[in-house]
Write a protein that binds this ligand. Structure first.
Ligand SMILES: [Cu+2]
Length: 187
């Protein structure tokens, strides 16, 4: 009835403006992945997994598994007592190595490789058994830039003992697991 009345048209514009502002505010609440307290993503690794990086002097670049692909210095969550392979098979030609450090910046259990400037080295993979003292994976000459955190969770014997674990595993590693391991015994 009053559709072409200029006043109601202005009212409509005002309402639209308000709605847009509300939408903007709603769009700002993007921190919906509740469980990280310092904004850093953590990546849970499957026991036995190969964790492979590209060695760049500006930081480790994740290659495998796919959830860390292109992530710089991802925080790795390992399970105590489980074995993992970690290292780098490709680099920028600058001299690197990889070492596992504890909280005091000391090498844990001799887990370190020789320095190399090979851009496709075949001797930079460490086979490690996760222990609770492990705190970081580091390139010794670039220990500031090429520094990624390790967090080791207590293994309680059960793979999926706690619900948080079960949830994340199912979501993040479901496809890979099926493809690569195919051992569906994680129940
Ligand atoms: Cu380096």
């Amino acid at each position: 009835m009053a559709r072409d009345n200029p006043i109601s048209r202005r009212t409509a514009l005002k309402v639209t403006g308000a709605a847009a502002a509300t939408a903007l505010v709603a769009g700002c609440s993007d921190d919906d992945n509740g469980d990280d307290d310092n904004g850093e993503e953590e990546y849970e690794m499957e026991p036995g997994e190969e964790i492979i990086f590209y060695g760049d002097q500006n930081g480790w670049e994740g290659k495998e598994p796919s959830d860390i692909e292109d992530v710089q210095n991802p925080t790795l969550v390992l399970e105590e007592g489980e074995e993992y392979t970690i290292g780098w098979d490709e680099g920028d030609g600058v001299e690197h190595n990889i070492e596992i450090w504890n909280d005091d910046d000391e090498v844990v259990d001799g887990y370190e490789t020789e320095l190399t400037d090979d851009d496709e080295p075949d001797d930079q993979m460490l086979e490690i058994t996760a222990t609770e003292e492990m705190a970081a994976y580091v390139c010794q000459p670039h220990d500031t830039a090429m520094y990624g955190e390790i967090r080791v969770e207590e293994g309680d014997g059960e793979e999926n003992g706690d619900e948080e674990n079960g949830e994340e595993n199912g979501e993040e590693n479901g496809e890979e697991n099926g493809e690569e391991n195919g051992n569906g015994d994680d129940e």
